[in-house]
Design a protein around this ligand. Structure first.
Ligand code: CP3
Length: 351
C-alpha cells in the first residue's frame, strides 16, 4: 500500500512511480521552489545565502513547502543542490549571486579527494535533517522526493570550475584519458549512492537523478559516462531499498533515452522539452513510467499558449503511468499566477 505514515491518504505520485495509471496524473515541477517565488527570495535573504539555505534544515524545509502551499503539487522535492556532493567531498563550492556556482577546478586524478564516509555524511547531515522535517510537515498524500546529480553532470562542474558552454576541459579529459576520468566517475558513483541512501533513510519516498548535461555526449561516451554510472547507482540502491522508485533525467539524450530507459534499471524517466511525447510512448518500454515535459518558457508566457501545450501533453500520455512536470526547471522570471493556472488546469483535465 502507498499510504503516508500518519494517515490513510494515498500518495498518488508514489503510486504512479510504482506503475499505476491515474485518471488525472499527479504533478510536481522541477525547480518548483526558487527565485520566482517572493517568499523564497525572502527566506534566502534571511538565511544569508543559497548554501546557508541548503544547510539549514529549518530553512530548507520551509522553502521546500512554499510551492505546495500555493499550488498543491503531489510531490515535495527536497530543497538542496546537486553541488552539495562535491562540497561534502571537500571541494569548497560557493554560489555567487547572478554568476552561478564556483569551485576550484580539479585538473587530474591527483587532485581527486578521498571519500571519507563519516566526514562526507557528517558534512551533509543538515540535508538529511531537512528531509526528516519535510517528511513530518508535508500535507497528507504528498510524496517526498530526494535527488542527486548524475556523476557526469557533477563531474563537469568539478572540472570546469562552474557552469560551461562547451565542456571542453571535461570532454578533453574523458576522451583523452578515459581510465583517469573513470576514477572521477567511480568516486561520484560511490558518493551519490551514500547521499541518496542517507536521504532514503531520512524519509524520502523516491529519488531523481539529474543528468542535466547528458545531451552533450556522443553515443559511446553517453553509454560509458551516463548509462553505466546510472546503472551502478540504481543497482546498489535497489539492493538496499527495492521499493523506492528511481527517476532518471538524462536531459538532451534524444534517441538515447531508449537505451537509458532499458539499461539503467530506473523506474521512470523524466523527458526534456525536446522529446516527442508520441515517440516516447511508442519507443520507451511500457514498464517505464514517463514524466515531463512542458517547456518552462511556456509558463513564462502563460495563457492559451501554455494551456494548449499542457493539454497536448496530458492527452498524449493517456493509458501510461505518467507524471506531469516541466522539461527543465522553472526560470526566475516565471509569474507565480501562471503556475497557479497551470496547476488548476492539470487538476481539472480529464482523459
Ligand atoms: O525545487 C527544486 O527543484 C529543488 C531544488 C534544486 C535546486 N537545484 C535549487 C537551486 C534542484 C533539484 C537543483 C538541481 C541542480 N542544481 C541541477 C540539475 C537540474 C538542472 O537545473 O539542470 C544543476 C545543474 C544544479 C547546479 C546549479 N545550482 C546551478 C548551475 C545553479 C546556478 C544557476 C541558477 O539557476 O541560478 C544553481 C543554483 C540553484 N539551485 C538555485 C536554486 C533555487 C538558485 C540559487 C539562488 O537562489 O540564487
Amino acid at each position: 500500500m502507498t499510504q503516508s505514515n500518519d494517515n490513510h491518504t494515498p500518495k498518488r505520485l508514489l503510486a504512479t512511480l510504482r506503475g499505476e495509471v491515474q485518471a488525472s496524473p499527479p504533478f510536481w515541477m522541477m525547480r518548483q521552489a526558487g527565485r520566482y517565488l517572493p517568499e523564497y527570495r525572502e527566506s534566502r535573504a534571511r538565511a544569508g545565502g543559497f548554501l546557508d539555505l541548503c544547510y539549514s534544515p529549518e530553512f530548507a524545509c520551509e522553502v521546500t513547502l512554499q510551492p505546495l502551499r500555493r499550488f498543491g503539487m503531489d510531490g515535495a522535492i527536497l530543497f538542496s543542490d546537486i553541488l552539495v556532493v562535491p562540497d561534502g567531498l571537500g571541494l569548497d563550492v560557493s554560489f555567487v549571486q547572478g554568476e552561478g556556482p564556483k569551485l576550484v577546478p580539479i585538473k587530474s586524478s591527483a587532485d581527486l579527494p578521498q571519500l571519507d564516509e563519516t566526514k562526507f555524511l557528517g558534512h551533509l547531515e543538515p540535508v538529511y535533517e531537512a528531509v526528516s522535517l519535510i517528511r513530518d510537515q508535508v500535507p497528507p498524500g504528498t510524496t517526498v522526493l530526494g535527488f542527486a546529480g548524475a556523476p557526469w553532470t557533477v563531474a563537469t562542474y568539478m572540472i570546469e570550475g562552474g557552469s560551461s558552454r562547451d565542456f571542453a576541459k571535461t570532454k578533453d579529459w574523458a576522451y583523452g584519458q578515459p581510465d583517469s576520468f573513470q576514477q572521477v566517475i567511480d568516486l561520484l558513483v560511490d558518493a551519490t549512492v551514500l547521499h541518496l541512501s542517507a536521504q532514503i533513510k531520512a524519509g524520502v519516498d523516491a529519488v531523481q537523478i539529474f543528468d542535466s548535461w547528458a545531451g552533450v555526449l556522443p553515443e559511446r561516451a553517453f553509454r560509458r559516462w551516463c548509462i553505466e554510472p546510472a546503472r551502478k547507482i540504481v543497482s546498489r540502491l535497489k539492493a538496499e531499498f527495492p521499493d523506492v522508485p528511481v527517476i532518471g533525467f538524462p536531459r538532451g539524450a534524444g534517441g538515447l533515452y531508449s537505451p537509458y530507459a532499458t539499461e539503467t534499471g530506473v523506474d521512470a524517466v523524466s523527458l526534456d522539452t525536446c522529446v516527442s511525447p508520441g515517440w516516447a510512448c511508442n519507443s520507451l518500454p511500457q514498464t517505464c513510467v514517463l514524466q515531463g515535459n512542458l517547456d518552462p518558457r511556456l509558463v513564462v508566457v502563460g495563457g492559451s499558449a501554455m494551456l494548449d501545450e499542457a493539454k497536448f501533453i496530458l492527452d498524449a500520455f493517456v493509458g501510461r503511468p505518467f507524471v506531469f512536470n516541466l522539461g527543465h526547471g522553472f526560470v526566475p522570471e516565471t509569474p507565480p499566477e501562471n503556475v497557479a493556472a497551470l496547476s488548476d488546469a492539470i487538476r481539472a483535465w480529464k482523459s
